[in-house]
Design a protein around this ligand. Structure first.
Ligand code: NAD
Ligand code: DAU
Length: 351
């Protein structure tokens, strides 16, 4: 059935994979990709779908109430899949306010626009908010985050995402807005901006630069292949009940240091280096302030209710990711010239 779906943040890492999946899987849907094209947004991520008849791009900033309201007078949306956000924890430590603006004010602007447009007629409508496992805080050695784990965000980034989740729930309870939320673990794969651990390390290894490991490298993250996240979003968008929350995770916990050693092994092989050469670049640096120790996601609800499972083993996914970055040097060069150099200098100079 013909539908118009707004995807926000579609020029970013995860958003671009979601846009591609929806444009290709649903020729009957009109997909409108709204993105402000911040440093993290990149239309080069979407060149393969840019000319498809069911795809349109709109450059707009979700913090600007009027431009969002105007957009909702131009289009009649059946669904909103909201990914636009400031997403990097280190940047949130340096500049929390940018995260409050985009992640909280931006989200409420979209909620208000949807509420006004749908005006109580919610049949076939859906507001899907994409969130993070970081809202649950930090785990010790044992346990996993479930959908009922109390929120305990500890960085400006996770606090802003937790606030936006709360607002989305408030619109469900107060105005019956048909919402769903998912909270996902760390994604990896093609097109991730090289401020995040895996692409940053790939880029540095390739260029023989130090690989900065915060603290002792014993923090644990649960890594998920980005296309598996996109598939989960598709299922949840189409099948979840209003008001539900789903956790999405890779069942794939790695300490940062073990992950980087694995990546170095793959890079040695791909770059024809002697075994152990890339690992010599590992450099322990000052820890991230308030660094969450461990994340682990229990995604059994999503598996049980909607039949989702992660598709890739981590080693295979990591190798595919390395292959993608090595085959897309121009993509990386565009991104790492200019503004990125300034960010990198500020972030790592005195660690
Ligand atoms: P990203 O930083 O790669 O992309 C964010 C996108 O949002 C960019 O295209 C950017 O231009 C756009 N954007 C930022 N501010 C905007 C604004 N004010 N108006 C309009 N567009 C704006 O982020 P990502 O890693 O793809 O994450 C996408 C979403 O998924 C975020 O909501 C994030 O919290 C969530 N998430 C990310 C991960 C992860 O591992 N990366 C895991 C779980 C959840
Ligand atoms: O868990 C989901 C979250 O995963 C998402 O909500 C965030 O948007 C996403 O950025 C990611 O957050 P992390 O902080 O876990 O990702 P990042 O890649 O920044 O860091 C992963 C781990 O690696 C973390 O323990 C910090 C560490 N690290 C990171 C960088 C950039 C380093 O040791 N060195 C680095 O240079």
């Amino acid at each position: 059935m013909k539908k118009t779906i707004l995807i926000t943040g579609g020029a970013g890492f995860i958003g671009s994979h979601v846009v591609r999946l929806f444009v290709n899987s649903y020729p009957d849907y009109d997909i409108v990709n709204l993105d402000a094209l911040t440093y993290a947004g990149n239309l080069d991520n979407l060149t393969d779908v840019a000319d498809k008849p069911n795809y349109q791009f709109v450059k707009a900033d979700i913090t600007k109430e009027k431009s969002i309201a105007d957009l909702f007078t131009r289009y009649s949306f059946d669904g909103i899949i909201h990914l636009a956000a400031e997403s990097h924890v280190d940047r949130s430590i340096a500049d929390p306010l940018a995260f409050i603006r985009t992640n909280i004010i931006g989200t409420i602007n979209l909620l208000n626009a949807a509420k006004i447009q749908w005006n109580g007629n919610f049949e076939g409508k859906r507001f899907y908010h994409i969130s993070t496992d970081e809202v649950y805080g930090s785990l010790g050695k044992d346990g996993m985050f479930t959908e009922t784990t109390p929120y305990d965000p500890r960085s400006p980034y996770s606090s802003s995402k937790a606030s936006s989740d709360m607002l989305v729930r408030a619109y469900f309870h107060t105005y019956n807005l048909p919402v769903v939320i998912s909270n996902c673990s760390n994604n990896y794969g093609a097109n991730q901006f090289p401020e995040k651990l895996i692409p940053l390390a790939i880029n540095n290894i390739k260029n023989n630069k130090p690989i900065p490991i915060y603290g002792k490298g014993d923090n644990i993250r649960d890594w998920l292949w980005v296309d598996d996240h996109a598939r989960a979003i598709d299922l949840i968008y189409h099948q979840a009940k209003n008001g539900e929350t789903y956790n999405i995770g890779g069942i794939n916990e790695w300490t940062n240091i073990d992950l980087i050693h694995k990546l170095c092994e793959i890079m040695d092989e791909k770059l024809g280096r002697v075994k152990g050469e890339s690992a010599k670049l590992i450099t322990f640096v000052t820890d991230r302030a308030g660094h969450d120790m461990r994340y682990a996601i229990d995604s059994s609800k999503l598996q049980r209710e909607l039949g989702w499972t992660p598709s890739l083993q981590f080693e295979e996914g990591l190798e595919k990711t390395v292959d993608w970055y090595l085959a897309n040097e121009i993509w990386m060069e565009h991104i790492t010239s200019g503004e990125y150099l300034k960010y990198y200098e500020n972030q790592y100079a005195n660690r």
